[in-house]
Design a binder for this molecule. Structure first.
Ligand code: ATP
Length: 276
């Protein structure tokens, strides 16, 4: 006789979490070791060690002011641009410590690209925006530049929309297109790592959807770290999630574990909206 077990109907899940990442050996593309960041006397980041796995998306989440952007900016030394900001600790990449003052900042930012919250295209043509980085790194060959521009715009899922107006101003593009252009501009440098600081927060839902789809595609070629306020977004697109609170890393794990079985009470409170 076949017996049927009636399972109690569960509440619908809060977040649609993407499936577990492929269980391939996890190579670390870049990692931080005991990072502390200070703005003058104020310590914004406390002792954060975090791996970023190759070809995976890692989401940095946490309440406003917890230090997500500060931490993200330390990875490619963008905080160096802020007066009074000091970083301690190691940023390990290809056997180097990027936090060594001797490391060339130009090279760091070539390999570790960054896209900010507000799209910030240069007041130049679409073509010149994408070609800007390679030109400054010495690429003068016109044909090569054309190829780089086309390849980068294709990877940023923008080519079809702009291929007939490459020499018109980038400022006439929509906000969502401008943000994909900024991603194309970062990709043109052929980085290994892409740091995205709330790249969709200024965009409408359709453009946000396009950026999310794009990030999922980009991880085939790049390692992606993304700061997001949207936990739905983190759940949808990331493989790993790091939860920050008051400048400290509270928990890090696969996105599935973090959203379905968080280990720390603070993480659970935050993702279930019972924070504060
Ligand atoms: N340029 C700066 N100068 C001085 N303090 C700063 C600077 N930028 C950030 N801070 C401080 O560092 C702490 C962390 O800020 P940060 O912007 O990194 O947090 P966040 O988690 O990214 O916040 P949000 O989600 O609101 O963007 C805050 O206390 C903030 O006031």
């Amino acid at each position: 006789m076949v017996s049927t077990v009636l399972k109690k109907e569960k509440n619908p899940p809060l977040y649609l979490v993407k499936e577990e990442p492929n269980e391939k050996p996890k190579e670390i593309a870049i990692g931080t070791e005991n990072i502390n960041v200070f703005y003058g006397k104020h310590q914004a980041i406390h002792n954060v060690s975090l791996p970023f796995y190759k070809n995976q998306v890692t989401a940095l989440i946490g309440p406003s002011g917890c230090g997500k952007s500060t931490f993200l900016r330390s990875i490619n030394r963008m905080n160096d641009e802020i007066q009074g900001c000091r970083i301690e600790g190691n940023i390990l990449y290809n056997g180097m410590n990027l936090n060594d003052p001797k490391v060339n900042l130009f090279e760091i930012r070539k390999n570790i690209g960054m896209v900010f919250q507000r799209p910030n295209p240069f007041p130049k043509s679409i073509f010149d925006n994408v070609a800007f980085g390679p030109k400054h790194h010495g690429q003068k060959n016109k044909k090569e530049l054309q190829e780089i521009v086309e390849r980068s715009l294709k990877k940023a899922a923008l080519w079809d929309e702009v291929k007939d107006r490459l020499h018109r101003s980038a400022l006439n593009l929509s906000g969502g297109q401008q943000q994909r252009l900024c991603i194309a501009r970062a990709i043109a440098m052929e980085p290994e790592v892409l740091l995205l600081d709330e790249p969709a927060s200024a965009l409408d839902p359709i453009s946000t959807g396009k950026i999310e789809e794009l990030i999922t595609e980009l991880k085939n070629d790049y390692t992606v770290a993304i700061v997001t306020h949207s936990m739905h977004q983190a759940a949808r697109i990331s493989d790993h999630t790091a939860f920050f609170y008051m400048g400290k890393l509270v928990e890090f794990g696969t996105t599935k574990d973090m959203f379905t079985n968080p280990k720390q009470k603070q993480t659970e409170d935050y993702i279930s909206g019972n924070f504060g």
